[in-house]
Write a protein that binds this ligand. Structure first.
Ligand SMILES: *[C@@H]1O[C@H](CO)[C@@H](O)[C@H](O)[C@H]1NC(C)=O
Ligand SMILES: *[C@@H]1O[C@H](CO)[C@@H](O)[C@H](O)[C@H]1NC(C)=O
Ligand SMILES: *[C@@H]1O[C@H](CO)[C@@H](O)[C@H](O)[C@H]1NC(C)=O
Ligand SMILES: *[C@@H]1O[C@H](CO)[C@@H](O)[C@H](O)[C@H]1NC(C)=O
Ligand SMILES: *[C@@H]1O[C@H](CO)[C@@H](O)[C@H](O)[C@H]1NC(C)=O
Ligand SMILES: *[C@@H]1O[C@H](CO)[C@@H](O)[C@H](O)[C@H]1NC(C)=O
Ligand SMILES: *[C@@H]1O[C@H](CO)[C@@H](O)[C@H](O)[C@H]1NC(C)=O
Ligand SMILES: *[C@@H]1O[C@H](CO)[C@@H](O)[C@H](O)[C@H]1NC(C)=O
Ligand SMILES: *[C@@H]1O[C@H](CO)[C@@H](O)[C@H](O)[C@H]1NC(C)=O
Length: 453
């Protein structure tokens, strides 16, 4: 009830806040699932393709069924626990990170004897005789929307000391995607209908001896990441550039953490950046800014035509230690249902709820701007979006022209507080509320009221 009153109160204060309230309600309802990609998951499929005297040979494929979350370098790391005393005799297209204790074997030594093996992909350039289809990309897997043909990764594994029929095999347990890391939770392996394979000439269908699937899902809540991205705003109708909120991703702290960031004019820049081989190259090394984020997305409302309006989006990389390959952006704005033209980015509408298509995924054009280079003069990509005005909703007032939500590579980008948005000269927050806005507000207040009672 208290929440209700608060809601009602806000509704009557300003329509801006209403937008955010509504988007909050519809986008953070549950933690363990992503409202923008409700069916997104990573599926790990094991196909037993043959039995051996003491076990089986399986092809393991990791499918990334997530619309916009990809696995970037240094790639996936998959762990599991064997149900019995299985060993891995050999592997193709992948390897375990540790062999473990194989001292009980004489002569033929297994590839791995650990109870809980950890597997990684091989690197590009692996000799052909160690490859299988879909392997050897350094563990990088693209997202489903961006490039379904590169959204899977496979390796082959020969398992010993295992069951040798579909009755005696025990499926491995406790699957874990150790990388990309926290945030992914994998369910138990489930035995499913054996996969059917069609031969290359399409004239014959073969079938796995046995197949099991594991499904892993991502939760932003479990990932508990500090923000890595922020949004700044500007417009043609107001000189103010609203910067990213200060300390979004960290604070410049010269006393307790000297060197937490690098000044672009610093004479030490070159040596610090080239040091990456020796230090932990995964920790970002960011350029000193007030927000300290590795990534900033700038949304500039650029032009106003009679029937159209135009936005310029710039993504800037402040991280000296990262070239973002296959980066993507998810943007929510009510005018995306009338996006007319988009320059130099790829685009796909994401319609988690069929009737509202206000969310779009944007990503770079292959070989042109699909690589967002490390911090520096080349560390940015940009695009312009042309929207057709829908006369019933379009307005420059109350921050309507700014995005409601932005994700970079699946991570939420922190927006400035709504009351700081650039606004139209002489357009006070409460003045000029059009009749439409007023009636929407009223309707929604009534709706809220009923929902709460
Ligand atoms: C995983 O994603 C695929 C593709 O979207 C979907 O068909 C499948 O049902 C999902 N699996 C689960 C367990 O949600
Ligand atoms: C095992 O194989 C037999 C015959 O090949 C089949 O009928 C049975 O359904 C299989 N069981 C499982 C669990 O796959
Ligand atoms: C499952 O795997 C994780 C990570 O490898 C490990 O920390 C945990 O102890 C394992 N749990 C069981 C029950 O084996
Ligand atoms: C198992 O995974 C494969 C590949 O993702 C999928 O085609 C198949 O439908 C899944 N089976 C079940 C029962 O989920
Ligand atoms: C940290 O140092 C930089 C340059 O050395 C300076 O501009 C900045 O104000 C300092 N920040 C704090 C919080 O002291
Ligand atoms: C990014 O790519 C450029 C050009 O390929 C390369 O010189 C640079 O070392 C790369 N930086 C990182 C951090 O990988
Ligand atoms: C909106 O969604 C529909 C149906 O998914 C799609 O055909 C249409 O292209 C989308 N419109 C825009 C502007 O993205
Ligand atoms: C914008 O898109 C909506 C939904 O697709 C459609 O009903 C409306 O007519 C479009 N407006 C314009 C001006 O094209
Ligand atoms: C521009 O927007 C800011 C709010 O971000 C506001 O303080 C300022 O008064 C606006 N400028 C004009 C000329 O209205």
């Amino acid at each position: 009830m208290e929440l209700c009153f608060r809601s009602l109160f806000r509704v009557s204060i300003s329509t801006i806040l209403l937008f955010f309230l509504v988007s909050c309600f519809s986008f953070t309802s549950t933690d363990a699932y992503d409202a923008l990609d409700p069916n997104g998951n990573i599926t790990i499929k094991w196909d037993v393709i043959s039995w051996t005297p003491d076990g089986y040979v399986a092809v393991v494929t990791i499918f990334n069924f997530q619309q916009y979350r990809h696995i970037q370098a240094p790639g996936w790391t998959l762990g599991w626990t064997w149900a019995k005393k299985e060993v891995i005799w050999t592997m193709m297209g992948g390897q375990t990170t540790e062999q473990g204790d194989c001292s009980r074997f004489k002569g033929n030594i297994p590839h791995c004897c650990k109870k809980d093996p950890t597997v990684v992909d091989l690197l590009p350039g692996t000799p052909y005789n160690q490859q299988i289809a879909n392997c050897c990309k350094g563990g990088v897997i693209n997202s489903w929307a961006q490039d379904p043909s590169n959204a899977a990764s496979s390796f082959q594994i020969s398992v010993g000391a295992a069951g040798t029929t579909n009755k005696t095999v025990r499926v491995p347990k406790n699957f874990t995607l150790k990388a990309p890391g926290p945030g992914y939770t994998c369910g138990p392996a489930k035995i499913v209908k054996p996969t059917k394979f069609v031969t290359q000439d399409g004239r014959r269908v073969t079938q796995a001896m046995m197949t099991w699937n594991v499904t892993c899902t991502y939760s932003q809540f479990l990932a508990q990441k500090t923000p890595t991205c922020c949004v700044s705003l500007s417009s043609f109708y107001n000189d103010t550039i609203v910067p990213c909120p200060t300390c979004t991703c960290g604070c410049q702290n010269n006393i307790t953490q000297p060197g937490s960031c690098v000044d672009p004019d610093s004479p030490y820049l070159a040596s610090v950046v080239s040091d990456r081989g020796k230090t932990n190259s995964l920790a970002p090394l960011v350029q000193c800014t007030s927000h300290m984020c590795p990534i900033r997305v700038h949304w500039h409302v650029k032009l106003n035509y009679k029937d159209y309006w135009r936005v310029k989006v710039t993504i800037t990389n402040f991280n000296y230690r990262m070239n973002y390959t296959q980066w993507n952006l998810v943007v929510q704005h009510p005018n995306f249902d009338n996006l007319t033209q988009l320059f130099s980015f790829n685009y796909k509408p994401l319609n988690p709820y069929q009737n509202i298509n206000d969310t779009a995924m944007l990503w770079g054009v292959k070989f042109y701007n699909d690589l967002l280079m490390q911090a520096g003069p080349l560390g940015n990509v940009q695009s312009e979006l042309l929207f057709r005005k829908d006369k019933s909703t379009f307005t420059f007032e109350k921050g309507w022209a700014f995005p409601r939500r932005i994700y970079f590579n699946g991570d939420n980008c922190v927006m400035p507080p709504p009351d700081a948005y650039p606004y139209l000269p002489n357009a006070g927050l409460r003045k000029n509320i059009s009749l439409l806005m007023l009636s929407i507000t009223l309707l929604l207040s009534v709706a809220f009221h009923f929902a709460c009672v």
